[in-house]
Design a binder for this molecule. Structure first.
Ligand SMILES: Cc1cc2nc3c(=O)[nH]c(=O)nc-3n(C[C@H](O)[C@H](O)[C@H](O)COP(=O)(O)O)c2cc1C
Length: 390
């Protein structure tokens, strides 16, 4: 099927991620924009993720030779042009038609890893096909139906996935008020209110008319009896498994046989258990403030976890990363790499594939220049020394 990545978008006035957020808010139907731009209950953790980055102060150095800078590094042994990956996000093909394919293509061209969510619109096979089987990570939600999980793992192997991210913090759902009020669903329910809203987003609607990918591509057609939206909703509602335990992590590791990343760690004790489970990396994450409202921001939780883990496995983080300065601060506090959630979703909703590329360019330029202001020319030499004491 032909793709339309928005090749003619004029991005000359876009200078920061906030610009992309504002365009996305205008272009994406409210139900899906709100789905991205919200946290659970009072949204205190969602806000803290961004705010706590702001309170960390960088140490400026001068008269240091700043030529020949490099943001290149590695994440789980893979060369990356900057230590940043695209986070798994559900329903992304509803921010922009065929959204996950565009994200994966932009990441591949930029030289950073992409992660596909279990709850994506485009399937594992779609991503493999449209990126010439370039390796990407697959994020696994552990469902009660372990046969389905096993089949998903086999499909991830066949799609040439480089690592499996097991999300541990969403076996039950934090409540997001807006999603309930908007009646969130994929495809959107055609109530009068939704139809009027969609009519005011012609670009988005045109994209959706031009694609067949409007439901959960990894699930529909792969589970017996789940072939339309209502059977899918009923299935997913009872499938997230609240009994998930470390024994399941071991079982998945055995089925997969490759690299495992544990996502959703917020506590040093759990970080130690993650190391003991044989994981290759963990992600300090509170699911972008969408689950436990009242949990600490990821950046404030990071130092204790990095200390607990030491050099045993790689520590990554996500939550609130909106700039290259944030990437640098996370790196200084012990994260080998960071993941972008909303930053890439806003970019995609605003301008499709060129928007995602623009977001990555913005973040890399900010990272490169900020690193230089702090007197560093190589990202791999950045440590706590670039920060002022709190
Ligand atoms: C709209 C949206 C959907 C998400 N869906 C998933 C998902 O399917 N699986 C998952 O592990 N995390 C999911 N997340 C969490 C992200 O992977 C990531 O942890 C979070 O977005 C990071 O915070 P940030 O958005 O502030 O960068 C989602 C986040 C958002 C905003």
């Amino acid at each position: 099927m032909a793709l339309n990545p928005n090749p003619t978008a004029d991005l000359s006035k876009i200078t920061c991620i906030e610009d992309l957020r504002q365009v996305a808010q205008k272009r994406v139907p409210r139900m899906f924009y709100d789905y991205a731009d919200s946290g659970s209950w009072t949204e205190s953790t969602y806000r803290a993720n961004e705010a706590d980055f702001q309170s960390i102060k960088l140490r400026q150095r001068v008269a240091v030779n700043m030529e020949g800078r490099s943001t290149r590094s590695t994440m789980l042994g893979q060369d990356v042009t900057m230590p940043v990956a695209i986070a798994p996000t559900g329903l992304t093909g509803m921010q922009h038609a065929d959204g996950e394919i565009y994200g994966a293509r932009a990441a591949k061209a930029f030289g950073i890893p992409f992660t596909l969510s279990t709850m994506s619109i485009c399937s594992l096979e779609d991503i493999a096909e449209h990126t010439d089987r370039h390796p990407f990570m697959f994020q696994l939600y552990v469902m009660r139906d372990r046969d389905f999980v096993q089949r998903l793992i086999e499909r991830a192997k066949a799609a040439n996935c480089s690592a499996l991210q097991i999300t541990l913090d969403l076996q039950i759902l934090g409540q997001r008020h807006k999603d309930i009020k908007n009646g969130l669903s994929a495809p959107p329910k055609l109530t009068l209110k939704n139809m009027l809203n969609i009519a005011s987003k012609p670009r988005w609607a045109l994209g959706m008319v031009g694609t067949q990918r409007r439901s959960f591509g990894n699930i529909v057609g792969h589970v017996k009896g789940v072939d339309n939206m209502s059977s899918l909703s009923a299935w997913t509602a009872q499938q997230f498994d609240p009994t998930l335990s470390w024994a399941d992590v071991e079982w998945i590791k055995k089925q997969w046989g490759g690299k495992i990343v544990l996502k959703g760690i917020q506590d040093a004790e759990d970080a130690r258990l993650a190391v003991n489970s044989g994981a290759d990396a963990l992600i300090v994450s509170n699911h972008g403030g969408r689950q436990l409202d009242g949990a600490p921001s990821s950046i404030s939780a990071l130092p204790a976890i990095a200390d607990a883990v030491g050099n045993t496995i790689e520590v990554w983080m996500d939550g609130g990363v909106r700039s290259g300065q944030d990437v640098l601060k996370a790196r200084a506090l012990g994260a080998r790499g960071v993941l972008l959630g909303r930053a890439w979703l806003y970019a995609l909703g605003a301008y499709g594939q060129p928007g995602v590329t623009k977001a990555l360019e913005i973040i890399r330029n900010e990272l490169d220049l900020t690193m230089a202001f702090c007197g560093k020319t190589d990202i791999n030499t950045v440590d706590k020394g670039i920060l002022l004491p709190a």
